[in-house]
Design a binder for this molecule. Sequence first.
Ligand SMILES: Nc1nc2c(ncn2[C@@H]2O[C@H](COP(=O)(O)OP(=O)(O)OP(=O)(O)O)[C@@H](O)[C@H]2O)c(=O)[nH]1
Ligand SMILES: [Mg+2]
Ligand SMILES: [Zn+2]
Length: 296
Amino acid sequence: MAISEGQIIKGVGGLYTVELTNGEIIRCKARGKLRVNGGDLFIGDYVEANYNDKKEGVIEKVKPRTSQLIRPYVSNIDGIIIVVSPIPEPNFLLIDKLIIGAVAQGIKAIICVNKPDLDGFTKLVERVKTDYSTLATVLEIDALKGKGSDELKALVKGKFYALAGQSAVGKSTFINTMIGQEVMETGEISSHSERGKNTTRHVEIIKLEDGTKIADTCGFDKLMMPVADPAELASYFVDFDEFVPNCKFKGSCRHVDEDVCGVKDAVNKGLLSKDRYDRYLQLYKESIQRWNKRYD
Ligand SMILES: Nc1nc2c(ncn2[C@@H]2O[C@H](COP(=O)(O)OP(=O)(O)OP(=O)(O)O)[C@@H](O)[C@H]2O)c(=O)[nH]1
Ligand SMILES: [Mg+2]
Ligand SMILES: [Zn+2]
C-alpha cells in the first residue's frame, strides 16, 4: 500500500477517480466515516488516498476547499463558464443566481453565448452584454466549429473552471471541440419541448494539453438562491455598487421601496439594465419567502 495526494476528477456511484500528483490515475472508495463539512466528497477535492498496486484505494482525508458549489457539484474552482444559447430558451434568473454564487465564493465568471447559427443569437449576445458586462467576460462561441475556443483557453489558462448552464446549450460539445476528441457524450434537444435531455449525468474534469482544467457538468434549470438573507442580496449585485452611494441609506438600502435610491435612479436613467433590476426584485421576493420560512 502507498499513500499519495491527488484530486478527484470524477465520481460515479460512490466510486471516485483520483488523479495523483504524479499523474497516475487510481480508483477509490471513500473511507466509511469520511464526511466533509457534514457532506460528501466533491469533484475537485484534493484528497489523500491509500492504494494498492492494482491502483485501487481508499480516500482517507480531504483538504480544505478554496471554493465549492452544489450546482454544478464541484470544488476548488477558480471560476465558472456559463454557457447559454438561443435554444433552449435562456433562463436569465439562472444566470443571475450562478453569478451570485460566484461572487459569494470569490470566483470568476465567464459567459459563453453559443449556437451562432440559430435565430436570436445576435439579440441574445446583446442582452447578455447589457446585463452582465460589468460582472463577467462575455464570449461569442461556436461549440460545433470551435469559434471562441482560443479566447476561452487564453482566459482560463492554467486555472480550473467548471462549465455551468442548462441542458443542451452545448457544454460537452464545446469541451470536445476544445480538446479535439469526443471525450464527452453529447445529446440532442427534444424537438417537442425544445428542452435538453440531460445527457451529461456526472461531473468530470478534463485536462487541456497545457494543464488547464475544465469540468464538464450536468445541465440544470433550477438553482436554489445561493444567498439566504434577503438583506444581503443586493451586496451580491456588484453592478449596483457604483450607484449605492446615491442611496439615502447607502449600504443598508435594499433598493426596493426606499424613496431616495441611487440604484432605482440609475435604472430610470438607463444606466442600469431594467431587466436585471426586475430580476433582482424577483429574487428579493423569493429570498424573503424562503427567509420567512426558515424555522418551519
Ligand atoms: N445549432 C447548433 N447546435 C449546437 C451548437 N453547439 C452544440 N449544439 C448542439 O446542441 C445539442 C446539445 O449539446 P450538448 O453538448 O450535449 O449539450 P450540454 O450542454 O452538454 O447538455 P447536458 O449534458 O444535457 O447538460 C447537440 O445536439 C449539439 O450538437 C451550435 O453551435 N449550434
Ligand atoms: Mg453535456
Ligand atoms: Zn438604493
